[in-house]
Design a protein around this ligand. Structure first.
Ligand code: SAM
Length: 315
């Protein structure tokens, strides 16, 4: 489904959303959420209107390019009409399909991959072993630049206790375990004996196996069995997407002040931007991305690393 976005500079964004929803609600479906966000659905498609402190952000989507133009036109016309005290400029982006988004061009990816500290041989061999043993699933493994970032973040936080949700064959596990302080522990959660067994020999060879406490069980059970105290220094979430909001909640309440929670795949291949994708995983990720951005317990930043990486630091 094509979608287009626009940023409208104004100091009255929330007011325009209310006006549009109220006016257009007489003829079409228009809703106002508790956070001030509006959604207007016309025959041709729909548009979400998000007020921010200094602008109004619009995302329009429709079944085809022609319908998208109609949605853009109707929203633009109404906005301009309601702006009696200022001249609004509504410039729409070129339409794209949410499923086709590429956060980084391949050439940039190659350049990034060749400019982090060289990966050590054990990690490289684990990547090869993963491709051989789990060819169809090997894409689940994080990339070497993400691995380097995880080790760095673990070191920067001086982490003595880390949590990982989604081990697979243990590449990210190894990267986090390496960054822990001496005597540090990593609680590593996964449901697969088979995949995690591939990683164990590499953890041994890297000399970090004694730091890793692997729990084969649904991660929510493992997290909920932790006490309520804020003991986590760093956590990495990279498992089943529908459960991301629940993982985030269980972890954020147990993060020590200054601790980090890192979430992978927050773009979901770009589909998280495209309201056409309505399956549970997209709804869960969209909801969580909005929630984290507004969560007063953390400071958060979303980075275009691979499939999108959010880092949230507990205040
Ligand atoms: C994307 S992979 C993790 C990749 C890993 N971080 C790496 O770098 O190789 C997702 C993992 O989550 C695990 N998983 C899926 N559902 C889970 C659940 N409910 N609890 C724990 N782990 C789960 C899968 O078994 C899979 O190994």
């Amino acid at each position: 489904m094509p979608l287009a976005t626009a940023r409208v500079t104004t100091d009255r964004p929330a007011r325009y959303v209310k006006q549009l929803v109220s006016h257009m609600g007489h003829k079409v479906t228009a809703t106002l959420a508790s956070d001030g966000r509006g959604t207007i659905t016309v025959a041709a498609g729909s548009c979400t209107l998000t007020p921010t402190p200094d602008r109004l952000e619009l995302t329009a989507t429709a079944v085809d390019a022609e319908s998208l133009t109609r949605v853009q036109d109707v929203i633009t016309r109404h906005l301009v009409r309601f702006a009696t005290r200022e001249e609004l400029s509504v410039e729409w982006s070129t339409p794209i399909d949410g499923g086709d988004l590429e956060p980084t061009a391949p050439v940039v990816e190659d350049y990034l991959l060749s400019h982090h500290t060289p990966t050590d041989p054990v990690l490289g061999e684990l990547a090869v072993a993963t491709r051989e043993a789990a060819a169809d699933a090997a894409h689940m493994q994080i990339s070497s630049d993400e691995g380097a970032l995880l080790t760095m973040l673990t070191r920067l936080t001086g982490a003595g206790f880390a949590v990982e949700v989604g081990v697979f064959t243990g590449y990210s596990t190894l990267c986090i375990a390496r960054g822990l302080t001496d005597g540090g522990r990593l609680l590593a959660c996964d449901v697969s004996e088979e995949w995690t067994a591939i990683g164990r020999p590499y953890w041994e060879r890297a000399g970090v196996a004694d730091r890793i406490d692997l729990r084969i069980a649904p991660a929510l059970e493992t997290l909920r069995a932790l006490g309520p105290e804020p003991v986590i220094d760093i956590a990495f979430i990279d498992a089943d997407k529908d459960n991301y909001p629940a993982y985030y909640e269980e972890i954020v309440t147990r993060l020590r002040p200054g601790g980090l929670v890192v979430l992978d795949n927050v773009f979901l291949g770009g589909r998280v931007l495209d309201p056409a994708y309505q399956e549970d995983r997209y709804l869960a990720m969209r909801h969580l991305n909005d929630l984290i951005a507004a969560d007063e317990r953390v400071d958060a930043v979303m980075l275009p690393v691979r499939d999108g990486l959010t880092i949230a630091r507990r205040r």
